[in-house]
Design a protein around this ligand. Structure first.
Ligand SMILES: C[S@@+](CC[C@H](N)C(=O)[O-])C[C@H]1O[C@@H](n2cnc3c(N)ncnc32)[C@H](O)[C@@H]1O
Length: 275
């Protein structure tokens, strides 16, 4: 279970700078969701607010549309709120909160709810989907982008090899500890009462300039959870092996690693939860 107490200002600031990949995946998710002018949107696990800012300023319109971000890490909320102030995005608001408990929001109050690169951090999906269902208006849409359990990232595979090399438990925390499979995600959505519009797998070739950039990306994206369930000595040994393995993958273009994500869009039925 990832901890929400390990984030630091440095990791939060670093995430804001290195999260282009999540930002680009998020833009695809918002396109899948057909986010258009006038909609009220909830960005769950909004991080430092980059995607929410994009949706607020480019998609929903200042007149009638609004984007509300909710995020448990105070340091990331600070950065998101600073972004709102700097850019004067009057229709973007950010609050502290968790996906499992959206009680600060009324029933049927959003047209769109999305979780971009967040779902694989959540151990218990049931309350998350129940809350998304509750706050969505009938016919409102839920969007999820999530790491695929069936097709792990290349980076995750390298990590698992290194853990085995060090005789460590295979599934120890690296990144994205609660990935889901294609049919698992479908069952979860249907079990929560949603009608599935689409679930698709998209693959991306990530390019990192060097081994250190791969490790920085994972640390900042994991808000302090990257291999921190090991003793400092073991963690250092694992990190040294990872550096070595990633350096061996260096090419003139950088280190290329494939990432496979599921993108789901589901709707809340007009007549509430089906039997
Ligand atoms: C990889 S970041 C993605 C941030 C943002 N959605 C984006 O697209 O850049 C994962 C985020 O999930 C958030 N998160 C972790 N546990 C959460 C929970 N229980 N409820 C809501 N957000 C959570 C983290 O705090 C972190 O900001």
């Amino acid at each position: 279970m990832p901890s929400l107490k390990l984030d630091t200002r440095e990791l939060a600031e670093q995430y804001d700078v290195i999260s282009d990949k999540q930002f680009e995946h998020g833009k695809l998710l918002l396109a899948d969701l057909r986010v258009t002018s006038g909609l009220r949107v909830l960005d769950v696990g909004c991080g430092t607010g980059r995607l929410g800012e994009y949706a607020a300023s480019e998609l929903v319109g200042e007149q009638h549309g609004e984007v509300v971000g909710v995020e448990p890490l105070a340091l990331r909320v600070d950065i998101a709120r600073q972004r709102v102030l700097t850019n004067r995005t009057a229709n973007h608001h950010v609050h502290i909160g968790r996906a499992e408990n959206l009680s600060q929001f009324e029933d049927a109050s959003f047209d769109i709810v999305y979780l971009n690169s967040v779902y694989h951090w959540l151990a218990d999906k049931r309350p998350v989907l129940a809350e998304a269902f509750r706050v969505l208006k009938p016919t409102g849409r839920l969007g999820i982008s999530v790491a695929s359990k069936d097709r792990p990232h290349d980076i995750q595979r390298v990590l698992q090899d290194v853990l085995v090399e060090h005789a460590l438990y295979r599934d120890a925390t690296g990144a994205t500890p609660h990935r889901v499979g294609f049919s698992e995600l479908g069952s979860q959505l249907e079990g929560a009462g949603f009608l599935i519009d689409q679930i698709i797998l998209r693959s991306f070739a990530d390019v990192f300039p060097n081994a250190e950039a791969v490790l920085d990306f994972n640390s900042a994206s994991s808000f302090g959870n990257y291999l921190t369930d090991y003793t400092p000595d073991t963690r250092e040994r694992v990190l040294a092996s990872l550096r070595q393995r990633f350096t061996a993958l260096q090419t003139a273009e950088g280190i290329v690693a494939c990432r496979h994500l599921l993108f789901a869009v589901a709707s809340k039925p007009v007549a509430g939860k089906p039997a």
